[in-house]
Design a protein around this ligand. Sequence first.
Ligand code: SF4
Ligand code: SF3
Length: 546
Amino acid sequence: MSNAMFCYQCQEAARGLGCNVRGVCGKTADVANLQDLLIYLMKGIAAANIKAKEIQQDEDAAVEFIVDGLFATITNANFDRDYFLAKIAQGLALRDKLKQKVQLRDYFYKRHDIMEWTASSPEEMDQKAAQVGFMSIPDQNIRSLKAMIIYGLKGMAAYYKHALVLGYSDEEIADFIQKTLVATVDEELTVEQLLDLVMKTGQTGVKAMALLDKANTQTYGHPEISKVNLGVRDNPAILISGHDLKDLEQLLEQTKGSGVDVYTHGEMLPAHYYPAFKKYDNFAGNYGNAWWRQDKEFESFNGPVILTTNCLIPPKDSYKDRVYAANIVGFEGVKRIEEKDGKKDFSAVIEHAKKCPPPQALEQGEIVGGFAHNTVFGLADKVVDAVKSGAIKRFFVMAGCDGRMRSREYYTEFASKLPRDTVILTAGCAKYRYNKLDLGDIGGIPRVLDAGQCNDRYSLALIALKLKEAFGLDDVNKLPVSYNIAWYEQKAVIVLLALLSLGVKNIHLGPTLPAFVSPAVKDVLIEKFGLATITDVENDLKLFMG
Ligand code: SF4
Ligand code: SF3
């Protein structure tokens, strides 16, 4: 029996194998297939654009298209069939324009199906879409490695996109994304060659993360130790979620003095750590928790919600009319905020907010964050002394994603049972599993150091490298640092590949290993990098604490 779809890109892949009827995330089969077709189409666009570059005829629009297209196919970003149909039609026109430009030149993919296929109606697109997913690759290990590369590129594209909107670009990253997309078409590539490409993807991932770090810190300043209010005020308000700081900046500018407050949700929480956003009196606090609790939290928020990037879960009818999608986010029937010349007009959302009651309180108090690399480097002497004196025995990098599966309760239990002479380094929405526990501090250093969004995981790599230097070690694996990482979507894939490419070993990845890792590829990852998953808390604590 053939599958209606096949997707195994996230941690929630059905039965740990892959979703083949409908996504656990809510993605329908037709949309999953159209996402596959968009990826396939972008390989053709990339092949033609690379060739066009040789004659200085390449198009920035092609890079933008590819970066947006990869980002839009990330888990929980876009569920909208019409979005993908329109994007595919637009992409075919772009590919054909580039083909025209290079028609006199010879190249390997010139007669390949990625250059030749076409579709002029939604039915034709659906038909083609059902043929081009990962299941079209017969060998399980080749499929696994190509999936790892494509998912890594999706994560990289997300980071790169965030840098681009702030005016930071890098030719090497853009070229790598295009060349590597095309390379996944090559049927001759061996397992060894693909493993090499996996590592190169990790290396370029480090560059993309560094570029984004530069873009964020040069634009909004270095994150500072900050207290974030968890309660609510008595004004109408807008909730902003996702990872796009530029959208937040524009929203804060436009709501200034309007009587409408702005709260962050999920991954937008770390925006409170940036000096640039502290001047806004109406930037009221963080509301709620990680993405998967949005169905309840958006409901009680009462006001409009803006989704700037993933993670969106299919909205309930009770609040759907209050949800606004921006950028690559989409869901059928959800209103869109369009952009013109890099500017978004939020006036409709602000007027909507004014008609809504203030948010209903979920909790009270404050949490502390802002421990990105600059802050931690400032504390370096204190941290090094604490390690030397034995006050800090071990650091646990617990960065990553959160998700709705019960098995993730492991991370709350793990954090709460860690010995009191350990410190957790975190980034990403995984932190919501333990950032509101009272874990105390060690000589004034909080036991949970939050560097920021998943987009800021680069900070944790820098901190590890800084510690290595401070202790005069020749190998990052000799540090008293353990990695117990929770993953969910494809940004976590690029972070994993980046860490592997930096030589970090013995990473524990959970709550389960990716479904796209075949048994043979898993063996290589275990043997070469000591990759492992989690078991139960008691066991793992014993293992980590030696
Ligand atoms: Fe399934 Fe995850 Fe793919 Fe959604 S993104 S269809 S949950 S594997
Ligand atoms: Fe979270 Fe989606 Fe990954 Fe950004 S919001 S870490 S899952």
